[in-house]
Design a protein around this ligand. Structure first.
Ligand code: FMN
Length: 402
């Protein structure tokens, strides 16, 4: 595949991208980021502040955090979920606001599987135990393809039987429908980072001998059925993405070649884009298995984009505007996503637009901010900053100095 087409001289990063019936204003994506600030799954003011500010910064697509399709599919009691109809209005408030800022609202749906029942990231995902009952946080048993645990947790996960598989598939279907009602334009299947779908894909965590295990076709089956269910429940003119771990990484068995096969199968089932991450099948909820150099997953995106002939997002260690532009120009991805860099600087898109020489860089922001920043920019060339004698005298007069 060649890079995205560039018919103007505008940097690709700021060229709109159309997928099915949806057009995003630029190719900067806010990556999904768990916040551990939800109330029985529903978003709170925190998410409004967090996602609202990111949308105002000018990113084209704003992903909310991994959102569980079942209550038991959360990692923690503070995780986001879309497992009740009552959640819909609160998410609708978020999507309305994100759209008002000019960005596309997107949601990532997932299921923690055996990574369920722990404390939050700030407590290192410590497993819940009986002592947490007093805090109103009793531990619960996770689901998994096989009853294998990756950590010394309170409960070994329960191996899913056919009924469990049907139940979880239905939960993905219903959560996808609710995402539509809540106003999202993109829904993403979280098949990465060692969560339930990834647990089925990797032979590290899938020891099944039935049709959902064994060779790669068997291990992919649950992921592909989930993809089909979501595609069916989502409007035809709106895109569905899938985030995968391109490799298990250290201690794993799933390889980049496997990911190319998976990406082709997902594309055949109507997935529009592969969001290329890595790791997570071993260890705790962190993903330390791939060395964290700059742009550490771009090579995975490049290979999947070329060999599976599918659109991709590159994510991981992307921090600089020219770096992001080069990734797009080289055809290594169609979009770039960022997480930590945008926490550090929610206005990264406006800074990037300036760095890349876009004529009206502040236009990526809502007008409430943009016109002030244009004024600020113009003021930099006003005489007051040039220290002219007349200006200096006027200032001194105001200060009452002789
Ligand atoms: C605070 C935080 C929360 C995250 N939560 C999620 C998540 O909910 N779903 C997901 O797929 N990845 C999650 N990630 C991974 C990011 O989406 C991203 O892939 C990773 O941080 C690499 O990008 P970066 O180098 O720009 O931070 C999270 C990362 C951070 C920093």
């Amino acid at each position: 595949m060649t890079g995205p087409s560039d018919t103007t001289n505008r940097p690709l990063l700021f060229t709109p991208v159309t997928i099915r019936g949806l057009t995003a204003p630029n190719r900067i994506v806010v990556a999904p980021m768990c916040q551990y600030h939800s109330d029985d799954g529903g978003p709170t003011d925190w998410q409004m502040m967090h996602l609202g500010r990111l949308a105002a910064g000018g990113s084209g697509i704003v992903f909310g955090e991994e959102t569980a399709v079942e209550a038991r599919g959360r990692k923690t009691y503070a995780c986001a979920g879309l497992y009740k109809d009552e959640h819909v209005p609160a998410y609708r408030r978020l999507t309305d606001f994100i759209r008002e800022q000019g960005a596309v609202p997107a949601i990532q749906l997932g299921h923690a599987g055996r990574k369920a029942s722990c404390h939050t990231a700030r407590e290192d995902w410590r497993p819940l135990h009986d002592g947490d009952v007093d805090e109103g946080m009793p531990p619960w048993q996770g689901l998994a393809p096989s009853a294998l645990d990756q950590l010394p947790r309170r409960f070994v996960p329960r191996e899913m039987d056919r009924d469990d598989i049907r139940t979880v598939l239905d939960a993905f279907r219903v959560a996808t429908l609710r995402s539509g009602e809540a106003g999202y334009d993109i829904v993403e299947l979280h098949a990465a980072h060692g969560y339930l779908i990834h647990q089925f894909l990797s032979s590290v965590s899938n020891h099944r001998t039935d049709a959902y295990g064994g060779d790669i076709q068997g291990r992919m089956r649950f992921a592909l059925e989930t993809a089909e269910v979501m595609r069916e429940a989502w409007p035809n003119d709106k895109p569905v993405f899938c985030r995968i771990s391109a490799v298990d990484g250290e201690g794993g068995t799933w390889t980049l070649d496997d990911s190319v096969i998976l990406a082709r199968e997902l594309k055949d089932r109507g997935m529009d884009l592969i969001d290329v991450s890595s790791g997570g099948i071993t260890g705790d909820s962190e993903m330390p298995q791939v060395p964290r150099v700059a742009g550490y997953q771009v090579g995975f995106s490049d290979r999947i984009r070329r060999d599976a002939d599918v659109m991709t997002i590159a994510v991981g260690g992307i921090t600089d505007a020219q770096q992001a532009e080069d990734i797009l120009q080289a055809g290594q991805a169609d979009l770039v996503a960022m997480a930590r860099e945008l926490i550090w600087n929610a206005d990264w898109p406006a800074h990037a637009a300036k760095q890349l020489g876009i004529e009206n860089p502040f236009d990526v922001m809502p007008e409430e901010y943009a016109f002030r920043l244009r004024q600020r920019e113009a003021q930099k060339t006003m005489p007051i900053n040039q220290g002219g004698a007349e200006t200096e005298a006027a200032m001194q007069a105001l200060l009452g100095e002789k």
